[in-house]
Design a protein around this ligand. Structure first.
Ligand code: FRU
Length: 466
């Protein structure tokens, strides 16, 4: 499977995509399947987003790395596919991260998992590929972290998703893994020259018991560090994929770790495998996969020839040792018309909704104008915020409640064609869910005094994502 075959296939077949549920200000594959964001990086003045991609079908398959760039993370331009499983020891290029070379800022390195699965034999090694033009990548001929380095510490069939960072003269790579007792672990390797890596340490936490650790990411703030990770919880039959974080101090060089707080990153239905980047303004921006394993592939099942999207980018901040996540401010310049929140209005496909602070119960039904029994509900009662998609006809979603109790709440809601992203009280909690309705009509069911503003978002232009 080569890159040029994949690019030709996309070029030839992308017109087949049905645009009905395509998003306007979220990253999606041009054609076929997308899962995790990969290699998020600000490189030579632009944001680069890579992603797990199967161009040949709208279901998961031999993984490639799709690639897009953006100047503002609202509108994206597709670039040629960056990696294809074209080596002998690869049947898929699994997730990983990117890092700009310390000495030569024009060189970008991506670390990825060389996943091999043939005749029942599964092996995961880590590979490195480098670009100097931001488009074409040259793969190292040999793995940079091979089975001999992994085997003493984790299972060689489950060691993936390299997260690279640089500190005090060393390139570090953190991998997600587990041992034969299903103890999830993060394995840390390091190298001075990107050629020879040695094992450095392992992060093992009781929370990772009966789990497979995936997709690590570490962010250093001034006073706190945040370690983001995903895991497969083997004790569960359903909803096994969870993305969480630790706040604390992770002094990797000196192997000193202080865990202070642990939490769920997103309380909605569709959020997994987030990564972060730091940009030229030193903002920490997080993007996740806006789907989850095990849920119906709605657009695939409809024959729309595409499946999967990424969340809208969120800026992460630590305030009073708490993690806040909030949509990046760039979206505000796409607000074109604003009006007051009112009962029964028909909503446009793309909206930025603000609901003012209230301590009174309310519920809002977002319903289909042609079928008012088809709706997605959000609300606030007994100090809890909730979302409830049990009445949705296309993809029924369970009721979910906020983890925290709130004496009063205000909301910010981004709605894009087939997604809802809801932020409570400046981002102390977030709910992300995919909702499929032909058009959305909107009713306030209780609390007629609820105040808010509906901003229509107009993305448009040549680079619009549809
Ligand atoms: C997470 C994940 C990663 C893996 C990739 C494969 O969603 O399972 O651990 O690298 O997806 O596509």
């Amino acid at each position: 499977m080569t890159i040029s075959q994949a690019n030709q296939y996309v070029e030839k077949n992308k017109h087949k995509v049905n645009t009905m549920y395509r998003l306007m200000f979220h990253a999606m594959p041009e054609l076929g399947w997308m899962n995790d964001p990969n290699g998020l990086v600000f490189y030579r003045g632009e944001y680069h987003i890579f992603y797990q991609h199967h161009p040949y079908d709208s279901v998961w398959g031999p993984m490639h790395w799709g690639h897009m760039v953006s100047k503002d993370l609202v509108r994206f331009t597709y670039l040629p596919i960056a990696l294809a499983p074209d080596q002998e020891d690869e049947t898929g290029c699994f997730s990983g991260g990117a890092i700009v070379d310390q000495k030569d800022k024009d060189q970008l390195h991506v670390f990825y998992t060389k996943h091999f699965d043939k005749n029942g034999l599964i092996i995961e090694r880590q590979g490195l590929a480098t670009t100097t033009d931001g488009i074409h990548f040259e793969k190292n001929s040999k793995p940079i972290i091979d089975v001999d380095l992994i085997a003493p510490h984790g299972l060689i069939q489950d060691a993936r998703d390299p997260f690279p960072f640089y500190e005090n003269g060393f390139y570090y790579v953190i991998l997600g893994s587990k041992d034969e007792h299903n103890q999830g672990k993060f394995l840390i390797f390091r190298s001075k020259d990107l050629k020879t890596f040695t094992f450095h340490d392992a992060l093992i936490d009781p929370i990772m018991k009966n789990s497979m650790a995936e997709c690590p990411d570490l962010v250093k703030f001034e006073h706190d560090d945040v370690f983001l990770f995903s895991r497969i919880d083997f004790t569960k039959q359903k909803n096994r994929n969870i993305s969480e974080y630790f706040i604390g101090r992770f002094d990797i060089e000196n192997k000193k770790y202080k865990y202070e707080y642990q939490g769920l990153i997103d309380s909605g239905h569709h959020f997994y495998a987030p990564q972060t980047l730091k940009d030229d303004q030193n903002r920490v921006i997080m993007i996740g996969w806006m789907e989850i394993w095990g849920d119906p592939n709605v657009t695939h099942d409809l024959g729309h020839e595409w499946q999967g999207a990424l969340t809208f980018p969120r800026e992460l901040k630590i305030v009073d040792h708490q993690l806040l996540q909030y949509p990046i401010e760039e979206i505000i310049s796409y607000r074109k018309a604003s009006r007051k929140l009112e009962k029964g209005i028909i909503l446009e496909k793309c909206l930025d909704l603000e609901i003012e602070d209230t301590d009174t119960h309310f519920s809002i039904k977002f319903s289909d104008p042609k079928d008012q029994e088809n709706y997605f509900e959000i609300g606030y009662e007994d100090k809890k915020f909730y979302i409830d998609g049990n009445q949705l006809k296309s993809n029924a979603l369970s009721r979910k409640e906020s983890r925290n109790s709130y004496d009063s709440i205000k909301l910010r809601i981004l709605i894009d064609t087939s997604s809802f992203e809801i932020f409570i009280n400046d981002g102390i909690e977030a709910f992300t869910s995919r909702v499929y309705m032909e058009s959305i009509h909107f009713m306030i069911v209780t609390n007629q005094n609820l105040k808010g503003t509906v901003h229509q978002l107009v993305i448009g232009g040549d680079e619009s994502n549809v």
